[in-house]
Write a protein that binds this ligand. Structure first.
Ligand code: MG
Length: 243
């Protein structure tokens, strides 16, 4: 949970129900947009695997025990090394090399298969499809990760591309996530009526709220990139999809 926990209303699940109500009313022209990372997928198993492999590579036995719960402050790799028992200055010393090791693995099909569901996401996605509205996954992942992404959607029993969903990915890894998501907006407007958009990244969910003013912009209060961005008042925060 993040600093946005205070935005979660006691009846937060009502927003999820409202999305389904709107989807039922709209039928096949309705679109419900979902980001992937930290929205429907929890990426910490992937993150922990990379630290374990770094431990093997550097012969640091303590790191080979890394689990998702060692990430006590979001994505922070150095913090995880400290949680695994490395003295802070030693952990700091690994920062650059570990970041490089991480960068060569994290954004790949092979590693993204390790992701698990955000609780309730598979069931909720199937509820959306039952309404006849369509799901569009809009992700900052690049096309090179398509195979692993589809495999992980299947592993988590989520709605697959071609079976009620479409998957929009960045053509190239080097592209900026913010810009890519904004360039997807006109395409979404062409595909149908955007009823709701779910994203954990404050900047992205704000962009949806500004571009699709009639849609519900829903923020997943899981974690985010850490940039200090204030959420628009119109954005509703939810903790997960289980209700
Ligand atoms: Mg995300």
């Amino acid at each position: 949970m993040t600093e946005f926990a205070h935005r979660i209303a006691v009846d937060w699940h009502r927003t999820l129900e409202q999305v389904l109500e709107r989807a039922r009313a709209a039928g096949p022209k309705g679109l419900v947009i979902f980001d992937l990372d930290s929205t429907v997928f929890d990426n910490l198993p992937r993150q922990a695997r990379i630290v374990r492999e770094y431990g093997q590579h550097k012969h640091l036995e303590a790191l080979e025990a890394c689990q998702p719960f060692h990430f006590t402050s979001g994505w922070d790799l150095t913090g995880a090394l400290v949680a695994l028992g490395l003295p802070p200055d030693e952990a700091e010393g690994h920062q650059k090399e570990l970041k490089r090791f991480w960068g060569a693995r994290f954004f790949t099909s092979d590693y993204c298969r390790d992701d698990i569901e955000i609780v309730g996401a598979p069931r909720y996605l199937h509820e959306v499809v039952k309404t006849k509205a369509r799901i569009v996954y809009v992700t900052g992942r690049h096309e090179g990760m398509r195979e692993g992404t589809v495999a992980c959607l299947a592993k988590c029993r989520m709605v697959l591309p071609g079976e009620g969903a479409q998957l929009l990915m960045k053509p190239k890894e080097v592209q900026d996530d913010d810009a890519f998501k904004r360039t997807a907006h006109p395409l979404l407007a062409e595909l149908g009526t955007v009823l709701a958009a779910f994203d954990n990244e404050p900047r992205h969910v704000n962009d949806y709220a500004l571009r699709f003013t009639d849609a519900l912009a829903v923020h997943l209060a899981t974690d985010h990139s850490g940039r200090p961005v204030k959420l628009q008042d119109a954005v509703v925060s939810v903790p997960h999809f289980a209700y």
